[in-house]
Design a protein around this ligand. Structure first.
Ligand code: FRU
Length: 424
């Protein structure tokens, strides 16, 4: 590990004080309350487009493929006191029964449901949480990196195959799950150190400079809950009235890094975090890269409710940029905020994934429904794909420039699969 000699970049409270909701260049346009639902029987949220290790979004034999965290809507189980479907309770329960499913499409937006990737019983824990499907070759082989959660939180992968035909896409052989690693307690907080720890969401990639296989993931900085110090380095340069940090020591998010011993990605070594958010925010979820103009753009999603005392910012995607994989990174747009929800619809979208072509996909969480009396605020639950938007990356800055169709995830490259000798 000797060649990895770097200090994590500190996302400071001073940086985060520069986060401003509703700046039009970093705000996702309003999603209308009459949005379409992809499938009325299902909730979908985190969306994972099929890609290669260099980040290219690919189709296979002309079929686009996405993987989603998915739960079956359950109107019988979730009812309110009048016996009516309580969709909010159902939606809030979904994390505990998340399953990874896949969808395919000819036009990158009319998604057909393909079903579960792993059959029930294959994944060793009760929750299949987010990760990344990687197309390995033109046989259709896929490494699905994901998180096995409850009990524990283990970064895992399962290798299977996607098969394309005239009629669509099917999955084969996602049957053997391999555990890769868990939080180590030295760099990354364990469940023992903090029952509310976060450790998940692997995103593997090949570093365009050194050609090695790495992954970024969500973690928290190691140490017992409450023991972290929010000192001058974490606070940054703030005006006098901002030196009191309240209970900010409980927010200890970080973006983790690991390196594989070779390109098979079967053995991994944990490295120090790339970016830490001690005293700033407790969750830096689904980190992922875009490589452009010789720069490393490192994106991560975060929430309003996970900010530390004295700070705030919208749910959305945040970014950090560097000329080197191991940093130091600069928060994009000075603050880190790249694309947030408008303050009038703070939960409209989440789990943004920035693709190398500048398109950003996310899902709809909930959108306020206009009512005659504004006091009767009601929300329409989504559980479906949000409109894709396009951002442009220019140096350390980003600009929102376009809104596209719901769930529009076009391929950047089509991979023609080899004909199978014993094909169907
Ligand atoms: C983001 C997220 C991920 C996690 C999943 C659980 O929306 O919190 O970090 O893997 O959702 O449902």
């Amino acid at each position: 590990m000797a060649q990895y000699n770097y200090q994590p970049t500190i996302w400071t409270r001073a940086d985060a004080l520069k986060v401003h909701e509703d700046d039009p260049t970093t705000t996702q346009p309003l999603v209308p309350a009459n949005f379409p639902i992809m499938d009325n029987r299902l909730f979908i949220w985190d969306t994972m487009p099929l890609r290669t290790l260099d980040g290219t979004i690919v189709s296979i034999d002309g079929w686009s493929v996405i993987f989603t965290l998915t739960a079956v809507r359950d109107p019988k189980r979730f009812t309110d006191k009048n016996g009516k479907y309580d969709i909010t309770a159902d939606w809030e329960d979904r994390h505990g029964r998340a399953r990874i499913c896949f969808w395919y499409s000819r036009d990158g937006k009319s998604w057909k449901f393909g079903g579960r990737v792993m059959k029930e019983g294959v994944s060793p824990t009760s929750r299949e949480w987010a990760g990344t499907p990687i197309l390995l070759n033109n046989n259709g082989d896929v490494d699905l990196y994901y998180t096995c959660v409850t009990p524990g939180a283990t970064i895992c992968k399962v290798r299977g195959r996607l098969v394309a035909s005239q009629n669509g896409v099917t999955v084969e052989n996602f049957t053997k799950v391999k555990s890769l690693f868990e939080a180590d307690g030295t760099y990354y907080q364990t469940e023992k150190q903090n029952p509310y720890f976060n450790f998940r969401d692997p995103s593997p990639f090949i570093d365009p400079v050194d050609g090695k296989l790495y992954m970024v993931f969500e973690g928290n900085v190691a140490g017992d809950r409450g023991s972290h110090i929010v000192g001058d380095a974490q606070i940054g340069k703030v005006p006098p009235q901002h030196t009191d940090v309240g209970g900010a020591r409980f927010q200890v998010g970080c973006i983790g890094l690991a390196v594989a011993t070779d390109l098979t990605g079967d053995q991994w070594e944990i490295l120090p975090p790339l970016v830490t958010a001690v005293g700033v925010n407790d969750q830096t979820e689904r980190p992922h890269y875009v490589f452009k103009d010789g720069k490393y753009y490192l994106f991560t999603i975060s929430h309003k409710f996970t900010y530390a005392d004295g700070l705030s910012g919208p749910d959305g995607v945040y970014g950090f940029v560097s000329e080197n994989l191991t940093g130091p990174y600069r928060p994009m747009n000075s603050s880190g905020l790249v694309l947030g929800n408008p303050s009038s619809q703070p939960y409209q979208t989440y789990s943004h994934y920035v693709m190398p072509n500048g398109l950003v996909t996310s899902f709809i969480d909930s959108v306020p429904v206009p009512t005659p009396n504004p006091k009767d605020l009601q929300y329409r639950i989504g559980g479906t794909e949000a409109p894709t938007v396009r951002i442009e990356l220019e140096g350390d800055r980003s600009f929102l420039i376009e809104t596209l169709d719901y769930g529009y995830i076009p391929p950047m490259q089509n991979v023609k699969l080899r004909k199978r000798r014993f094909g169907h």
